[in-house]
Design a protein around this ligand. Structure first.
Ligand SMILES: Cc1cc2nc3c(=O)[nH]c(=O)nc-3n(C[C@H](O)[C@H](O)[C@H](O)COP(=O)(O)OP(=O)(O)OC[C@H]3O[C@@H](n4cnc5c(N)ncnc54)[C@H](O)[C@@H]3O)c2cc1C
Length: 402
């Protein structure tokens, strides 16, 4: 595969750089740089989403007819690389990345008109209600029940690990609409139009790093219109599986991995090795850094292929499982190296240093205040979006025929 940029691609990259120079303000860059988990500070991310929407660039993976950019795979990749390199905040993207493509494929014309433009503009923000206590890997065993009452479903049950349920205003959700037959055949996919719907309660779960990202959501006779169901009743499993392929393969991992690699290189240039000289000159550290860089380059090749398939309208298929495994494991290796590079400076617990506008002196150097939160929060990356063991099972079955 030829990864050299064509003159058109170079011109596109320069256009992106000019745009970022003028629109990515210092406070937005601060939010990007201080991200200690998957997503940047929610409000900063939303502001950035709206800036991008103003330029028509908020939905890089979407077709033009739905408000997307219609970019090629290479353009999307360039955009992502430039944004991460410049510390653009990572947007809370479950609408753009997950439910948007699902509505495009399975939604009615009314549903498309109602939701897609507002997802693109950043006016509505979705969270994902799939997992339940006892139903994570074994998702088809989910118990949250939806019973029809006139034009509504009445929902009872609970969802857990719901990222951003406290900041989102909409939720897409899997519910049980039939109890007999195969568990997969009794599930429906519904949308909830307000997280303030009566009967819906969001309770925080704090992560190891002390952050509030995930929640448990309780449903006590929560009503949502039948018109908010995506796809036929009891056909939610097909919809859910389609969405999961986008969750695992819809976004390139390597721009973020490249940016993290650069962060660690920067730290290693400044930190001393055990003997003398800087850590970057330490042979064993440099070798491990180089090894990870090779992993990233290999993953980049697969990603370019997948992005190219996506831009031709093909969904990623099982290759998204291998991307998820390699992307998350490489990220964890980088996090480990980041903490090791900082040594004792990774230890102080300074969560306030990651608040926007915080400018008091910190114990850790500026590049180090996110190292430990990233290390801790990203432990979850091999669990969420379908654990890596489950991804290996998918590959064993679908690719190797085992
Ligand atoms: C930080 C974070 C954010 C999340 N965000 C969301 C969200 O926004 N929305 C949402 O719906 N969910 C979310 N999740 C939930 C996530 O999808 C589940 O945690 C995940 O699917 C695993 O399910 P579980 O936690 O029930 O673990 P279990 O399914 O109980 O698994 C426990 C362990 O057993 C292994 N295991 C289970 N079954 C098998 C098998 N058949 N073969 C081999 N190994 C197996 C697993 O790999 C894992 O290591 C999030 C989770 C985390 C940690």
């Amino acid at each position: 595969m030829d990864l050299d940029l064509s003159p058109q691609d170079q011109a596109f990259r320069d256009e992106v750089r000019r745009f970022l120079d003028t629109h990515l303000t210092e406070d937005l860059r601060e939010a990007g740089a201080k991200t200690g988990g998957v997503f940047a500070d929610f409000e900063a991310g939303r502001r950035w989403h709206r800036v991008l929407a103003g330029k028509g660039w908020s939905a890089p993976a979407w077709p033009k007819e739905h408000g997307g950019t219609g970019w090629s795979a290479t353009e999307r990749y360039i955009f992502s690389r430039e944004c991460t390199a410049m510390d653009a905040p990572r947007i809370f993207s479950m609408g753009l990345r997950m439910v948007g493509p699902v509505i495009m494929k399975f939604g009615t014309p009314e549903q498309k008109a109602k939701y897609l433009p507002r997802i693109v503009s950043g006016d509505i923000v979705f969270c994902q209600g799939y997992s339940e206590p006892g139903s994570g890997s074994d998702l088809a065993s989910l118990k949250t029940r939806a019973v029809r009452d006139g034009d509504d479903y009445v929902i009872n049950g609970t969802k857990i690990w719901t990222t951003g349920a406290h900041v989102a205003d909409h939720m897409f959700c899997l519910v049980r609409t039939a109890a007999d037959g195969k568990p997969q055949d009794g599930i429906s996919f519904v949308l909830i139009d307000s997280m303030k719907t009566p009967g819906l309660t969001v309770k925080p779960i704090l992560t190891l790093a002390g952050d509030h990202e995930v929640n448990q959501v309780f449903f006590d006779n929560v009503r949502t219109p039948v018109a908010n169901r995506i796809g036929p009743e009891n056909a939610g499993w097909t919809v859910a599986k389609y969405l999961l392929e986008f969750e695992r393969g819809g976004e390139a991992y390597t721009p973020n991995l490249h940016a993290r690699l650069e962060d660690i290189r920067r730290i290693a240039r400044e930190e001393a090795a055990d003997g003398s000289g800087c850590l970057l000159a330490d042979r064993s550290f440099a070798e491990r850094l180089a090894e990870i860089e090779m992993d990233i380059s290999a993953l980049e090749m697969i990603e370019m292929q997948v992005l190219s398939d996506l831009s031709r309208g093909r969904n990623p298929g099982t290759v998204s499982s291998s991307m998820k495994i390699r992307g998350s494991e490489t990220l964890q290796k980088l996090d480990h190296l980041g903490v090791e590079a900082l040594g004792w400076y990774a230890a102080p617990f300074e969560p306030e240093a990651r608040h926007l506008g915080h400018n008091a002196p910190t114990v850790a150097p500026a590049a180090g205040i996110t190292a430990m939160p990233l290390y801790l929060n990203n432990r979850a990356s091999t669990i969420y979006a379908g654990s890596n063991e489950i991804q290996r099972n998918i590959i064993a079955k679908a690719v190797l025929g085992l």
